[in-house]
Design a protein around this ligand. Structure first.
Ligand SMILES: NC(=O)c1ccc[n+]([C@@H]2O[C@H](COP(=O)([O-])OP(=O)(O)OC[C@H]3O[C@@H](n4cnc5c(N)ncnc54)[C@H](O)[C@@H]3O)[C@@H](O)[C@H]2O)c1
Length: 325
């Protein structure tokens, strides 16, 4: 039997997911919702899916096995909770919210209704991240530096902190999540940031840049740099990892360079990691079991705590304990 899928949000990130679902056998997108009628109508055409502009009406009217929630961070209301209560599996795009309250409410609904969940941290599906994890199995990490430094995405909600959360939450969260995947849970955060450089961008209130020092439960200290003000130079994304006998330079979704004893080996990504993540999610939906997924909502809540702590530390100037989030 075909797995029946719905979408809430048919903008930028919904496109790769829709393409991946097309590549699978026995998957049918049955209903789609977006506030923008023309956008959702166009997206629904290739599936002949039913079109909605109100998610509540869609979830009341339609039967589906899984729902992709591909909306901006501020827009998460009761979409996931309504779906979980109907027993619908959830794929939620990162970041799952701009408040911990909403993230926890959704997490509780997912647990209570025991539905499959997945969050869009596709970095966990990279073959080079699997290799890095393997290389670090018996190598304690002495130091690491992470980066997501680039320009400002042009979607209108991105420049407002109350809508996107700002760079640490909206984009650098990928690096933070990969760091958690590789190094374990975070204990505390201290961060500082600046704003005011982007004089050509009207009406923005997010940081241009920030540096966040994360202390992990295993004692490792890592600094993660964020920047969204770059327009002419070269950005940087990834993590530089230092162990006693080996450095690993991860370049976001592209490659790792393994440096040891004066030798340097470049390993480029070989797998279609986004497709792999969507395949894994749909498999989990078929089985009704998400225990083999590399990223679940419950785990994404822990990454969310860290990036929310970065923002709180920038605002207060204080060290933030993750247990206080
Ligand atoms: N995993 C990744 O690498 C990745 C990449 C890009 C974006 N994203 C994430 O995906 C999310 C969406 O980003 P995007 O680039 O697609 O944004 P977008 O602005 O292109 O699209 C969002 C869509 O959601 C719709 N929408 C908003 N509120 C809605 C509601 N209540 N009901 C129905 N539709 C609603 C908007 O009308 C819009 O069409 C963001 O959280 C972003 O961080 C993830």
């Amino acid at each position: 039997m075909a797995v029946k899928v719905g979408f809430i949000g048919t903008g930028g990130i919904s496109r790769p997911h829709r393409k991946h679902l097309k590549n699978m056998d026995d998957v049918e997108v049955v209903a789609m919702c977006d506030l923008e009628k023309d956008r959702v109508a166009e997206a629904a055409e290739e599936w002949n899916a039913v079109v909605y502009t109100d998610y509540k009406t869609m979830l009341e009217n339609e039967e589906m096995d899984a729902l992709y929630v591909c909306i901006p961070p501020f827009a998460h209301e009761d979409q996931e909770i309504m779906a979980a209560e109907k027993g619908i599996a959830l794929f939620v795009e990162k970041p799952v919210s701009v408040t911990m309250e909403k993230a926890r409410e959704v997490d509780a609904a997912i647990r209570k209704n025991n539905v499959v969940s997945c969050v869009g941290f596709q970095g966990r599906y990279l073959d080079i991240i699997a290799q890095t994890k393997d290389l670090l199995k018996d190598r304690p990490v002495g130091l690491a530096m992470g980066y997501w430094m680039g320009g400002m995405p042009q979607v209108p909600w991105w420049r407002r902190k109350e809508m996107s959360g700002g760079q640490a939450i909206e984009q650098t969260i990928h690096v933070t999540d990969t760091a958690r995947y590789l190094f374990g849970d975070v204990k505390s955060v201290y961060a500082a940031g600046r704003t005011g450089l982007m004089t050509d961008v009207p009406d923005y209130n997010i940081e241009d840049s920030s540096a966040a020092t994360l202390v992990f439960e295993n004692g490792l200290a890592t600094t993660i740099f964020s920047a969204c003000f770059l327009s002419g130079g070269r950005g940087r994304g990834g993590i530089d990892i230092f162990t006693k006998d080996m450095n690993i330079e991860y370049r976001e979704r592209r490659s790792i360079t393994i440096i040891q004893n004066g030798n340097s080996e470049l390993v480029e990504v070989q797998n279609d990691f986004w497709q792999d993540m969507d395949n894994d999610f749909i498999d989990a939906v078929r089985k009704g079991d998400d225990s083999s997924l590399k990223t679940t909502y419950a785990d994404a809540v822990k990454t969310q705590e860290v990036v929310m702590a970065v923002n709180r530390s920038i605002e207060t100037g204080e060290v933030v304990q993750i247990s206080d989030m």
